[in-house]
Design a protein around this ligand. Structure first.
Ligand SMILES: [Zn+2]
Ligand SMILES: [Zn+2]
Length: 394
């Protein structure tokens, strides 16, 4: 039985490899085209059209503008309701930097994996979809689509991010974006200073208090901010001041702990300075990534079978935040990393150039094959998907 399975796998791997090889030039063209026409969060209209119409040519049905976002799309193939696999296509670029996060590569990988898998298994075996998720960089897209039930029909979601490393997962930080606002009382700074209550000084006091707590932060706690409003003229005591902060921690509980410290710093400063303070949370909180160990192990197994060695690095190295975190709490989710080169980090112009290099083009073929094989095993290995779903307890 094991031997039979192995032989079956080998045949299938070869079949999928041939399909991906045949698709690769078109996927590379797609990736380069997206990089040449970058669109920032919620403006990904052209990107949506280019990706979804590519899939339409491979037999996928299309819905554009789903889940309350105009630039999203769902392209799906297959008549079966289950197993239902959602490949995630991130689409947005960074303001002024273009595709410096490599989402041109990510989306080409997902589109390639879905098209190859659909061709290999036919239309009766599964529901295979690509979901175009806008606005990853602002942490906005996936939470909105989740709220609108776009992922309800799916058993698993998966994508691979362009990277300098090859990994089956990496941890992520919970994130909250907050505005800290102080309201004071304006007065002439020279003639009637005693009438004023200085909102800027109150804000600076709260910032200094936050900084004085840094030495006691738990590992991975982060509080990074800028002053966005500090008054209008030196001869007016500022009646309004504002800072914009990103707070991060490795768990939601620790994020709440950090938030409580920030509240104490802010409201304590308000009390001391006779001002009023407010903290406004912006957008959606981002969740830490929940690793489904069985699903990650399945992906690692595919890498092993293809003799693709994972980078020997802790999954806690270089971690940030992404809205895929929230999706990972909803259903078993893979967010893997496919190497596209080594000489640049994400969110730099160097990485944008790397993401259209020949090594990135090879990365697209690799990522598409690995994700397609992962999907294939979910469809054809009895019980595996059940185990993965049963073990999902975020
Ligand atoms: Zn990014
Ligand atoms: Zn990214």
């Amino acid at each position: 039985m094991a031997r039979c399975l192995k032989q079956g796998r080998f045949r299938l791997e070869n079949k999928l490899r041939k399909i991906v090889d045949a698709l690769a030039p078109a996927l590379v063209e797609l990736s380069h085209d997206l990089s040449a026409h970058p669109e920032v969060a919620l403006e990904e209209y052209r990107t949506r059209d280019v990706l979804s119409e590519f899939l339409h040519r491979y037999g996928f049905d299309l819905q554009k503008g789903v889940g309350g976002l105009k630039t999203s799309f769902v392209a799906h193939n297959g008549k079966a309701r289950h197993p239902a696999i959602a490949y995630i296509a991130e689409m947005d670029a960074l303001p002024s930097l273009g595709h410096a996060c490599g989402h041109n590569v990510n989306s080409a990988i997902s589109v390639g994996a879905a098209a190859a898998l659909a061709k290999a298994v036919g239309t009766d075996a599964a529901r295979i979809a690509v979901i175009g998720t806008p606005a990853e960089e602002t942490g906005y897209g996936k939470p909105v689509l989740i709220q609108h039930g776009v992922f309800k029909a799916y058993d698993v979601a998966m994508m691979s991010h362009a990277s300098t490393k090859r990994m089956s997962y990496r941890h992520m930080l919970a994130l909250k974006k907050i505005r800290i606002r102080f309201k004071g009382r304006a007065a002439h700074a020279a003639t009637y200073p005693e009438e004023g209550r200085d909102a800027l000084s109150a804000l600076i006091l709260s910032i200094n208090t936050i900084n004085s707590m840094r030495s006691s932060f738990k590992p991975y706690m982060r509080a990074n901010g800028i002053i966005t409003h500090g008054g209008t003229a030196p001869n007016i005591i500022p009646d309004f001041a504002e800072a914009y902060y990103f707070l991060r921690a490795i768990t939601m509980d620790e994020l709440e702990e950090l938030m409580q410290w920030i509240k104490n710093a802010v409201y304590g400063a308000a009390k001391a300075t006779g001002t009023k303070a407010g903290i406004i949370e912006e957008g959606y909180p981002q969740y830490p990534f929940y690793v489904n160990e069985k699903l990650a192990a399945l992906y690692s197994g595919v890498l092993d079978d293809l003799h693709l060695k994972q980078t020997n690095v802790s999954p806690y190295t270089g971690i940030g935040s992404s809205d895929i975190g929230q999706l990972s709490h909803l259903l078993p989710t893979l967010h893997t990393y496919t190497p596209i080169g080594t000489n640049a980090h994400v969110h730099t112009s160097g990485f944008r150039r790397l993401a259209v290099s020949s090594s990135a083009d090879e990365g697209i073929a690799e990522g598409a094959l690995v994700l397609a094989l992962t999907g294939y095993r979910l469809i054809h290995e009895p019980g595996l998907l059940k185990q993965i779903k049963r073990s999902h307890k975020p």
